[in-house]
Design a protein. Structure first.
Length: 452
């Protein structure tokens, strides 16, 4: 299965100013696979060390001299490492986090050898260790679950993929192609973007087998909770993880997780899960300008899960029932739609940017208003609503556009693409005019190109 990140990794491999690379992402998103595939694709000798499987390998790195470290690895693994022909892969680096500091010596004294370190719980170990990170001597890339485009490519639907990647506003999408793409997107909602689930689905086509994989992955994540022991009860972490699908599309309320728990313990558990990238916090922003994170409202936040396939499994959704729905925004009262839109928005950014999600809300006695997501593009804030219906029913969006004086908004739904001039009055009677781009779910990955 091809991943978009491969292009960035190949460019890194060929860059003469290359620095050691740290690959970050949740467990089971495909970090190990893509490094192995990179080595095979680029015809490099892969020298792989897994510090979770073999903790004693840390002893090979006692020296700060990269040449001596390489000698140790060669003797230990009975290999000959030729820097220009090899790729050193330090997997599960969170099990030996002090080795991250050694990367500076590879950057300064052994730049001819490409080095990749990968880890899934780095935020925890970095917070607990006192060593200094080699700032300016390493670079980061982030890997998310597979996007819808990657899902299509994995299914071998190269022509459909090319169709949406080349789509322009002047083209009318024929109804058979529109329905075909919607059908595959509904499939993506249930299978999700975790490579193990996608691979098994393509091989066997069994929903029951995919469900087993999702539940096994959830058990794996729960087993990981034991690594947080001493920080917080694993029972609380599990309660918070399972509560995320129930509150999709809504403000995350701590008391709804478990009324018997203290708010502070639930808050800590949520932050730990977010650090492990098992869920993502959607932060409220006042959206008066960029960056969106400069004006956050700490009193309000929403949360989405790592992957829509896991979410569907936790909610008990089935492929058959999903395929029968014409409007995807009706699933779980719109929560699953917000989940998948947020998940795919995280795949739009370049892989060297740690993606973040924002939304806008206004809570007043007379009226409440909320915009599902905020998107930054070419120095402008673009609101994104995930809903069906006419433009007249989008009261929150009208209010937001009038207050912020913006000219472009996006709506995500199951309809054909359209460009509409909205000229209405807000619920307060104030006139507002703007352009509304309506995009079907399957074109979300093309958002930045299309609004540009």
């Amino acid at each position: 299965m091809q991943r978009k990140l491969l292009t960035a990794l190949l460019a890194w491999l060929e860059d003469p100013r290359r620095k050691p690379l740290v690959l970050r992402g949740a467990r089971q998103v495909g970090k190990t696979w893509i490094v192995r595939f990179l080595a095979e694709y680029a015809n490099k000798q892969l020298v792989e060390l897994n510090f979770e499987r073999q903790p004693d390998l840390k002893a090979l790195f006692t020296s700060n001299d990269p040449a001596e470290i390489i000698l140790n690895i060669e003797a230990s693994r009975n290999v000959t490492i030729k820097p220009i022909e090899s790729l050193l892969f330090l997997d599960e680096i969170q099990a030996a986090p002090e080795l991250l500091a050694k990367l500076r010596w590879f950057a300064e004294e052994y730049p001819e050898l490409p080095v990749i370190a990968a880890g899934s719980l780095l935020e925890f170990v970095l917070a607990e260790h006192s060593f200094s990170m080699p700032v300016g001597r390493v670079m980061y890339h982030y890997l998310e679950p597979m996007s819808f485009e990657e899902f299509l490519q994995a299914k071998g639907l190269d022509q459909l993929l090319a169709y949406i990647e080349d789509y322009e506003w002047t083209r009318i999408i024929p109804e058979p192609i529109h329905q075909q793409l919607l059908r595959y997107f509904k499939e993506y909602l249930i299978i999700g973007g975790l490579p193990a689930a996608v691979s098994d689905w393509l091989e066997r086509g069994s929903i029951e087998a995919v469900s087993q994989i999702h539940n096994d992955l959830l058990s794996t994540y729960r087993d990981d909770f034991a690594k947080y022991a001493g920080r917080l009860s694993t029972e609380i972490l599990d309660e918070v993880l399972m509560s995320v699908p129930r509150m999709l599309g809504e403000k995350f309320v701590y008391s709804r997780v478990n009324k018997a728990r203290q708010t502070e313990s639930i808050k800590k558990a949520l932050n730990l899960l977010a650090q492990a990238r098992l869920c993502h916090i959607v932060k409220a922003s006042h959206a008066n300008g960029l960056p969106l994170g400069a004006e956050m409202n700490d009193k309000s936040q929403k949360v989405i899960s790592l992957d829509v396939g896991l979410t569907s499994a936790m909610l008990g959704l089935t492929l058959q029932s999903t395929l029968q729905l014409d409007d995807l925004t009706l699933i779980n009262q719109g929560g699953v739609s917000e989940q998948v839109v947020g998940q795919l928005l995280r795949t739009i950014e370049p892989s060297y940017i740690d993606p973040a999600l924002y939304y806008w809300n206004r809570s007043e006695k007379s009226s409440n208003a909320e915009i599902d997501y905020l998107f930054a593009n070419e120095g402008k804030v673009i609101p994104i609503e995930v809903k069906s219906g006419s433009t007249g029913s989008m009261k929150s969006l009208h209010t937001f556009m009038q207050q912020k004086g913006l000219s472009l908004a996006v709506r995500i739904n199951s309809d054909n693409p359209s460009l509409t001039k909205v000229d209405v009055k807000t619920s307060e009677g104030k006139p507002v005019a703007y352009q509304l781009l309506s995009l079907p779910f399957y074109l979300l990955g093309q958002l930045r190109r299309l609004v540009g």
